[in-house]
Design a protein around this ligand. Sequence first.
Ligand SMILES: Nc1nc2c(ncn2[C@@H]2O[C@H](COP(=O)(O)OP(=O)(O)O)[C@@H](O)[C@H]2O)c(=O)[nH]1
Ligand SMILES: [Mg+2]
Ligand SMILES: [Zn+2]
Length: 358
Amino acid sequence: MNNYKNGWNDFFEEQMCHIYDVSLEAVRISSVEASIFTILAKDGMYAAQLSGRFLCSVVDRSDYPVPGDWVLFRRCDGANLIERLLDRRTVFQRINAGKTSDKQVIAANIDFMFITNALAGARDFNERGIERYILTAKDGGATPVVLLNKSDLCTENQIIQYIQRAESAAPGVDVIPVSAITGYGLDRVKALLVNGSTAAFTGPSGVGKSALINAISGHEVQKIGDIRADDKRGRHTTTSRRLYQLENGAMIIDTPGLRELRPYADQDSLDEVFPEIFEASYSCKFKDCTHSGEPGCNVLFELEQGKISNERYNSWLKLKKEIEVTGQLRTEKGRSQKKTRDKALAKLIRNHNRRSVK
Ligand SMILES: Nc1nc2c(ncn2[C@@H]2O[C@H](COP(=O)(O)OP(=O)(O)O)[C@@H](O)[C@H]2O)c(=O)[nH]1
Ligand SMILES: [Mg+2]
Ligand SMILES: [Zn+2]
């Protein structure tokens, strides 16, 4: 139905088999400002708001659409309505900043997470921060890629050192030195941005996420901010998260700098981010070894031998403690949310069938 535009694919197409209402259209969320959603339809950008039915089906903050989401949309004279959120293929989410342990979804349906760092002129380059982002990407189903921006401010030797430091924190993950100013390295980034793919730029404030997006897309990103005049929405916007469409059909999402990234993840994802610790654990004496002092622990042995670095081990330990809390939260909440959503969907289908019978 959508001709596979804007990142649409089989995952979303399959969800349409329950939808018989031909006035519903699948569209993608570009940005959210208060209660107004800017959506990307096949024929352009529109403003829309959540329908009453949508609001009734909301269980949790994470059920509200975010940039990158696919939703079902109905064109109306008064206000265009968003009727339903399609299941997310991937998510970029974290534990809410502050005291709560709720999750916050930042973007959805991204293929790549470009973890952007600055090699000078911004906050200190930090391997531990990179690990947090990689964990978040992997757990949410996106492929992490580490970008080392502002390489124009470094000598070649410094760049090589930074690459080595980044790689030590990112086993198996591509590390690409770039410059938004000179364009250095952007070919490698553009090569990933093929038609239909979606990438989110993440990382602290000031590292050059927006500058990179501008450098990669040229003038096109400005156009996307235009909302059709008949939607009575001004074109100026202060939204900090926004999905942009590149000329070749790729999509990119700019995100604000997060001061704190508390990953919402499980143990399997952590194992992927620390493969050396996971592999070493196979040779621990006890199957349920926690690698924190048990006899015959091979992780501690390799740590002593210097095969596993102290920094990585400490980082792993800290993240493991953090996600133990969120892991529990996830299984409990996940179950109850799915139930409510299934119910809402069943109701939608029932109502529709009832109407068609009449
Ligand atoms: N020298 C240099 N400065 C850059 C580069 N990329 C961004 N900047 C500068 O860094 C500052 C922050 O950039 P911005 O894109 O707003 O960062 P964001 O907060 O991550 O979106 C701006 O003053 C940019 O001009 C780069 O590759 N080299
Ligand atoms: Mg920015
Ligand atoms: Zn052990």
